[in-house]
Write a protein that binds this ligand. Sequence first.
Ligand code: ATR
Length: 480
Amino acid sequence: MHPTAHVGVTGLAVMGRNLARNLARHGYTVAVHNRTPARMRALVTDFGHEGTFIAAESPVEMVAALQRPRRLIVMVQAGQATDDVIAEYAPLLDPGDVVVDGGNAHFADTRRREAALRERGIHFLGTGISGGEEGALDGPSIMPGGSPQAYQLLAPVLNDIAAVMPDGARAVAHLGPDGAGHFVKMVHNGIEYADMQLIAEAYHLLRHAAGWSPARIAEVFRRWNAGRLNSYLIEVTAEVLAHYDADSGLPFVDVIADAAEQKGTGRWTVQTALDLGIPVSGIAEAVFARSLSGHTALRATGAALPGPAPTLLGERDAARFTDQVEQALYASKVISYAQGLHQIQAASETYGWNIDLATVAAVWRAGCIIRAAFLDRVRDAYTTDPALPSLLADPGFAGEVGAAQLPWRLAVSHAARDGVPAPAFAAALAYYDSLRSPRLPAALTQAQRDYFGAHTYRRTDRPGTFHTRWDTDRTELKSN
Ligand code: ATR
């Protein structure tokens, strides 16, 4: 086969197929392969008119079709499938070729794969791709990690197919070496979980404390979408809430089983945060809220537990409450981003990735699920001060969250009083108050540790590490 393809895509399920079409629509000749050839043939038959595809029946045919240096995008299931496909292709490739993993890989796997392929002289670009089915076709947000040489080989291609941002720039940037791209994509998903949970809590409060119908709450979300909360997820929420089930005539949200599923990147975000020692309590609450929702038997056990019945608000109080919920939602959202970005910052230091948080915020502004007007300001905050220790250290965000704190507290206490669960709102507020507390009860915790386990402690009034012999009240200096 004469090598004419600019790029290859292997793995043609929903994401791979749409990414291949996106590439073809941009004038690239795309060699396509899938383990089950029927998928590859269906793509060529159904969408062949959109551009130039080369049907590869095997990895050997795929490699033979690609111009050098070969650019192969792998879009198969994360985990073992990705390893299997890389193992199949690696012996067929030459030094200087580049393999892109566009799946939702765990960043540790990406680091391992990058190192293994580097040994053979093959470049590896671990690339987060966000935007779902539609994004892959019309322009996703792309988060690549790998060597600068690997990125250079793909940059023009990725630039062409990425989402266009409001300022005309493309939602793609080289984020750092090896696992940096997949790490940023993982945290993106964790933040997405938090965003969705916060929105769900806002809806739940308006439904059960204000007593409003989904259609009326849809109007509230539409209004919010015209303000500082403007985002894809708020827009989607308004549409879902305004939707009625054709069969039953009921609000659509009422006919859906209230058990949310998850694929795993939210869980990875929290697991990784625990390993790094970074508090991402808002994201963790969102992951746990999904998990709790699915525990049907446990929830049935709890159904008989006592609690207050929410007292529905009158019109005037409901309007005030709606404003409190908006403030709580916005402030909690800022906290979730602060936590997620802190996690990226910590990983960047641990792994020597040198990730620029302004760039991260910039590539999240279009194409992906968490795209939001407010990300312009997040980018600006880190452009002004790339070493910002927290998003809450930015005077603009600190001012906004500070101004929201009273209504935020009222919304959280209203939820607690009426027995409406709002775990992510409450966790975000606790994080905020923990940051602003001059003293935390951690002093007591550390004293307990010293009491029962001789774990030592540091003092506020002099340097060194100490242990107290609690039986004799004698303090020993353990080290300076
Ligand atoms: P998406 O999220 O895009 O819908 P996915 O579930 O992440 O898809 O991945 C599915 C793709 O991985 C399919 O192309 C699948 O190939 P088949 O169509 O033959 O099932 C591919 N895939 C899964 N395991 C694979 C393996 N061991 N080797 C090659 N391809 C594999």
